[in-house]
Design a protein around this ligand. Structure first.
Ligand code: ATP
Ligand code: MG
Length: 431
């Protein structure tokens, strides 16, 4: 006998049905993912976002330069290996660097002044596995390149807000500004002075961050560090006039678009090319500590960093598995169930069932036939398990009279129908 091979840690299978159920870890089904993806596919184009697909495998240098060597992602979370020709390659840990690479590579800037792209796909980070944190996970994200804001920022945040609302996600939109190259250095210094004075109260990682990337201390999840962060100087007090105007303009635009939001000084991105607007959609229940479902921000310095011109940009990425956990808890799903399940009792009836199912499918009606000979009781169980709305038993009587009974599985109600006009009968019964 062969040996069963288990999946890689931190990865999961997504199947159409449940394979197990744990109380606080509802199983994610493909129907949950479809609901989330479908909503994005329908909504994002209404705002002019078009889909872009880039490879999973990229040169390691793209992320080292694009995300920054000093980030956790690049320093310890990336799946990196040497390809057979000696090239250092990585499985992408996020989408923005790849999309901006493609934007620069194909000189998109010369073809259009404004570019709006969305993407969906798997990302890979070697992190500690926990609920809502996996090593292979899915992001749906968007990037808008070419506009310095703040109206585009507001438009994008409103789109995220609308998408999450359509999915029934309980969340709050948090918003902050990070300043820019003009005003952030003075803030960084003030923050560093403050943090050095509290260094003894910080976790080990944060003590290092004080010197390398002090802004990152603000979003450390350690309670001690959070306490220190609460008393830290705030970026808002240091904003230069242009950044102040951008932030005020963004908040006014969000007000006009009707997007409720909370200003949250703890919200940061640790890299220099991140400027001004930063935002996160945070679930207000149902996810525990992994509660950020989407993170976004303006990255006006990234295109230049990756060898392009000075092109301002802003984007967000949402964690699809986290959204799916919430959608699953709310019992929402996009799944197709058969409208009719045919249960034929003999060989002749089977041929008739196959023909009737084909007729329904041609009419766009989902139908399923039984491939097993078994009694009507078992057939009904199978129909029920498939989530069929009606079952139709085909036996001698039905073959002789050309009439059958559509049995509604939920209520037990029976509707006698003419088998030669089934699609029409179903349209009447289930418009
Ligand atoms: P976190 O603080 O949760 O580690 P992050 O800052 O690393 O998030 P981003 O890089 O901004 O996350 O990614 C955007 C979104 O992708 C996150 O808000 C989250 O919903 C999702 N995400 C990030 N890492 C994972 C992961 N390992 N597993 C599942 N979802 C993830
Ligand atoms: Mg992370």
């Amino acid at each position: 006998m062969g040996q069963k091979i288990s999946p890689v840690k931190g990865t999961r299978d997504v199947l159409p049905g449940d394979t197990y159920l744990k109380k606080d870890d509802p199983w994610i089904r493909t129907g949950h993912l479809h609901l989330i993806e479908q909503a994005a596919r329908e909504l994002f184009p209404l705002y002019g976002y078009r889909e872009a697909r880039t490879p999973v495998l990229e040169r390691t240098a793209l992320f080292a330069r694009g995300i920054g060597d000093a980030t956790d992602i690049v320093a310890k979370e990336m799946y990196t290996f040497e390809d057979r020709d000696g090239t250092q390659v990585s499985m992408r840990p996020e989408g923005t660097a790849s999309l901006v690479r493609a934007y620069v590579e194909h000189a998109v800037q010369q073809q259009e002044p404004d570019t709006k792209w969305w993407y969906a796909g798997p990302m890979f980070r070697h992190e500690r596995q926990q609920r809502g944190r996996y090593r292979q996970f899915t992001q749906i994200g968007v990037e808008a390149l070419g506009s310095p804001g703040p109206r585009i920022d507001a438009e994008q945040i409103e789109m995220l807000d609308r998408w999450l609302r359509a999915l029934g996600i309980p969340f709050e939109m948090h918003l902050n500004t990070l300043g820019d190259a003009q005003c952030r250095p003075a803030y960084r210094t003030a923050l560093q002075d403050y943090l050095r004075a509290h260094s003894a109260e910080l976790c080990e990682d944060c003590r290092k961050r004080v010197e390398t990337n002090p802004i990152r201390v603000l979003d450390c999840k350690n309670p001690q560090c959070q306490e220190v962060a609460a008393g830290a100087p705030k970026m808002e007090q240091f904003l230069c006039a242009a950044c102040r105007e951008h932030f005020d303009g963004l908040r006014a635009a969000l007000g006009r678009l009707g997007v409720a939001h909370v200003v949250d000084p703890k919200l940061v991105r640790g890299l220099d090319y991140y400027t001004r607007t930063t935002y996160e959609a945070i679930a207000t229940s149902g996810l525990g500590s992994q509660s950020t479902v989407a993170g976004g921000g303006r990255y006006d310095g990234l295109t230049r960093e990756l060898g392009g011109g000075d092109v301002p940009g802003i984007g967000f990425a949402a964690g699809v598995e986290r959204l799916a956990l919430l959608v699953a808890q709310a019992g929402r799903e996009l799944a197709v169930h058969p409208l009719v399940f045919f249960a034929p009792l003999g060989p002749e009836e089977e041929a008739r069932a196959d023909a009737l199912a084909l007729e329904l499918r041609k009419a766009g009606i989902p139908a399923e036939v039984s491939f097993r000979r078994s009694n009507p009781g078992n057939q009904m169980k199978r129909a029920d398990a498939l989530g069929a709305r009606f079952a139709l038993v085909l036996g001698d009587a039905e073959m002789k009279t050309g009439r059958g009974k559509l049995k509604e599985l939920k209520t037990g109600a029976e509707h006698e129908v003419d088998l030669s006009a089934l699609p029409a009968a179903l349209r009447r019964l289930a418009p």
